[in-house]
Design a protein around this ligand. Structure first.
Ligand SMILES: Cc1cc2nc3c(=O)[nH]c(=O)nc-3n(C[C@H](O)[C@H](O)[C@H](O)COP(=O)(O)O)c2cc1C
Length: 144
């Protein structure tokens, strides 16, 4: 059985709820799912995975969270070639620029972004977004 790993950072729980939905979608599709807060993740955790998910809200000024997620991404970038990456995260007031930048960064490192774009949502995910996130988990289950 494939395992979908979901590495995420969440300050107030919105992105964590999104991560849970990705995990549920993967499980419903018959895969195992592993939720890993980025502070407990290492790049080695993802080395053998063909597909995985990364979640982070918009922080700073349209940036990844800088204490844990940004350093993790910087470490991961060199090994993203050929991977299928699902991106997701919550935001508060911006124009989703952080997600567009994150997509480009992953693509520039040689990854395929599943659905060609990340799932960004204002605040806590609504039912439609939960469904989209579950579908992302199912897609990753098929690719992992
Ligand atoms: C320090 C800080 C910086 C933020 N910067 C942005 C931003 O640049 N753009 C934006 O849309 N939201 C921004 N937000 C709002 C968060 O993205 C939003 O509250 C999100 O739902 C938090 O997700 P979480 O519950 O997973 O932590 C910021 C929030 C904090 C605390």
């Amino acid at each position: 059985m494939s395992t979908v790993k979901i590495v995420y950072w969440s300050g107030t729980g919105n992105t964590e709820a999104m991560a849970q939905a990705v995990a549920n979608g993967a499980k419903n599709a018959g895969a195992d799912a592993e939720l890993i807060p980025v502070g407990s993740a290492s790049v080695a955790d993802l080395a053998s995975a063909k597909a995985f998910a990364l979640g982070c809200p918009s922080m700073g000024a349209e940036q990844l969270e800088e204490g844990e997620m940004e350093p993790f991404m910087a470490d991961l970038e060199g090994s993203l070639g050929g991977k299928n990456v699902g991106l997701f995260g919550s935001y508060g007031w911006g124009n989703q620029e952080w997600m567009r930048d994150w997509e480009e960064r992953c693509k520039g490192a040689g990854a395929t972004v599943v659905n060609d774009e990340g799932i960004a949502f204002l605040g806590a995910p609504d039912d439609a977004t939960i469904s989209d996130l579950e579908a992302l988990g199912a897609a990753l289950a098929g690719l992992a």
